[in-house]
Design a protein around this ligand. Structure first.
Ligand SMILES: Nc1ncnc2c1ncn2[C@@H]1O[C@H](COP(=O)(O)OP(=O)(O)OP(=O)(O)O)[C@@H](O)[C@H]1O
Ligand SMILES: [Mg+2]
Length: 504
């Protein structure tokens, strides 16, 4: 359908056109149009990015002495849409034109078939995320291989629909028998019900309690878990961990507590007999530390024991990572530091086991896994004011190397400018929803290659549930209406007035 004609000076990046009479209703922002390239005659696809309406009878200068309710003028009015060129179809993608566009060339509405063909992905390997904002009948698919192995980020201000979108992705990945692990700080994913797959929820209470293998924790983890640890206590614990590693295949907090007791007794010149650890390993330590340090560290270890999370064995990895399974690690009862430690410990294990599986063909993590980090700015922050955030280093590692081992990362955040720039730039697919904060916009533009100025400009005007998707999992950067979910999800907005009205 011809809707207009190219006017003015054109460039290889864009052109403007006049609208044919009666065609105004088809011309709107984000609509796709085509025109012909000079010389080759290639059909060039473009997208309407701006519409300027001016009226020759009402130039700006008239503003000085006109009162607007005096005049309504349709005559003399002409809208001029500005089109950004996306390219012409070549092989499997789009290529930018080389010859330019002649003024006067006809402009047509792009056909649905053309858009479908360009956005098409192998159905077996893609996720249906929604439809084009401008064309409800054109579905948008994401390449799952790209999305998972080259990571993705879902960024938007609060309430824009990030978690909802994660839910859609989860549904799609489960249709392909995927393995997904969500670290869920607000406990909003635990009610996801998926008819043909397993959902397992691990939390801090009840039957499916999350357990972490104590011997997998380093001194950094302990320091994080015990915020009030002093320098001498830390040094002592560090030495004890070295000894525990030396004499035990695996140990728990009881073992650490036991070693501390031995040192305490040595200090008090009691006769000690220890079956596993030769006493001479401990005697020297006993000389160097004070009784009060030992006692204080004991109390802190006891405090950790009472959480009943750090055990001899962690939750078996094959219960967390499994084919056709969504695993929700509900962190809503954990404080920040414990959440960090749990995310770090489990992500580390998934990564190490996948690495082992890929390199040696053994281990528990036999399927590739997609790890979703909600509130990622807390777990992979850009700056760490006063302390090291433990989870950041492993998330960084997964962002860099996960692709080789089938460990994918999905970073979800409402504060993009507080995210680590390295991790953000390693996410090759970006699902960006409404963002109004200029510093967040600017930070995304700087950190992510495929996010351009005009994309950033559109972010404040997106609706809830609408996203701009750019990057490797999609053929073309497009504005998408995220599809409706088929499963239930928690974390919905509360109808405050309704709740007051119905409360008794
Ligand atoms: N594509 C969509 N279709 C229909 N409803 C949606 C869609 N996206 C979001 N919503 C609704 O909008 C509300 C907020 O969505 P959601 O919880 O996903 O926001 P969020 O970005 O995760 O917010 P927060 O940053 O607070 O976690 C929810 O009630 C959700 O049901
Ligand atoms: Mg959310």
């Amino acid at each position: 359908m011809e809707i207009g004609q190219v006017i003015g000076a054109t460039t290889l990046r864009g052109f403007r056109f006049v609208i044919k009479k009666g065609m105004e209703k088809y011309v709107k922002r984000d609509e796709f149009v085509t025109t012909k390239e000079a010389v080759t005659g290639n059909e060039i696809l473009g997208i309407i990015k701006e519409i300027t309406i001016s009226n020759e009878l009402l130039p700006d200068e008239f503003g000085r002495d006109l009162r607007l309710d005096d005049i309504i003028l349709i005559e003399g009015e002409y809208p001029v849409p500005t089109v950004k060129i996306l390219g012409y179809e070549h092989g499997n993608g789009l290529e930018l034109p080389r010859y330019g566009i002649k003024p006067g060339s006809p402009v047509r509405l792009a056909r649905n078939e053309t858009l479908k063909r360009i956005l098409k992905q192998d159905e077996e390997k893609s996720a249906l995320i929604g439809a084009l904002s401008a064309r409800e009948s054109v579905p948008v698919y994401l390449s799952i291989n790209d999305l998972v192995s080259r990571h993705c980020a879902i960024l938007a201000m609060t309430g824009a629909g990030k978690s909802y979108t994660v839910g859609v992705l989860v549904e799609e990945l489960l249709k392909k028998n995927g393995s997904i692990v969500i670290f869920d700080p607000h406990g909003e994913y635990k009610c996801i019900k998926t008819p043909d797959s397993t959902t397992r929820v691990f939390s801090f209470r009840g039957r499916d309690k999350i357990c972490i293998e104590t011997s997998s924790l380093g001194i950094g983890d302990f320091t994080n878990l015990i915020p009030d640890i002093t320098e001498p206590q830390r040094d002592l614990l560090d030495e004890i961990l070295v000894i525990a590693k030396k004499f035990y295949d695996k140990y728990d907090l009881e073992v650490i507590r036991g070693i501390l007791s031995l040192i305490y007794e040595l200090k008090e010149n009691k006769d000690v007999n220890s079956e596993i650890i030769p006493v001479e390993y401990l005697r020297d330590m006993a000389k160097r530390v004070g009784l009060s340090t030992i006692g204080a560290l004991m109390r802190r270890i006891d405090r950790l024991s009472r959480m009943e999370i750090f055990k001899l064995d962690g939750t078996p990895l094959n219960e967390i990572v499994a084919r056709n399974q969504l695993t929700v690690i509900d962190l809503s009862d954990a404080d920040e530091r414990i959440s960090e430690t749990i995310i770090a410990a489990i992500s580390r294990r998934i990564f190490e086991e996948r690495k082992q599986y890929v390199n040696e063909g053994k281990g528990d993590a036999i399927v590739p896994t997609f790890i979703v980090i909600e509130e990622a700015h807390n777990f992979a922050p850009r700056t760490t004011e006063d302390r090291k955030i433990l989870s950041k280093s492993i998330l960084k590692k997964i962002a860099r190397e996960g692709r080789k081992f089938g460990v994918g990362l999905c970073i979800v955040s409402q504060r993009p400018n507080r995210l680590d720039a390295d991790i953000l730039s390693q996410c090759n697919t970006q699902i960006i929803m409404k963002i109004v904060n200029p510093s967040d916009q600017e930070y995304i533009r700087q950190s992510v290659e495929s996010v351009t100025e005009d994309i950033v400009r559109d972010l404040p005007s997106l609706y809830r549930g609408e996203a701009i998707i750019v990057g490797s999992a999609i053929k073309l950067p497009v504005s998408v209406r995220i599809r409706k979910r088929t499963t239930e999800i928690g974390g919905e907005d509360i109808d405050v007035v309704g709740a007051w009205k119905n409360a008794r």
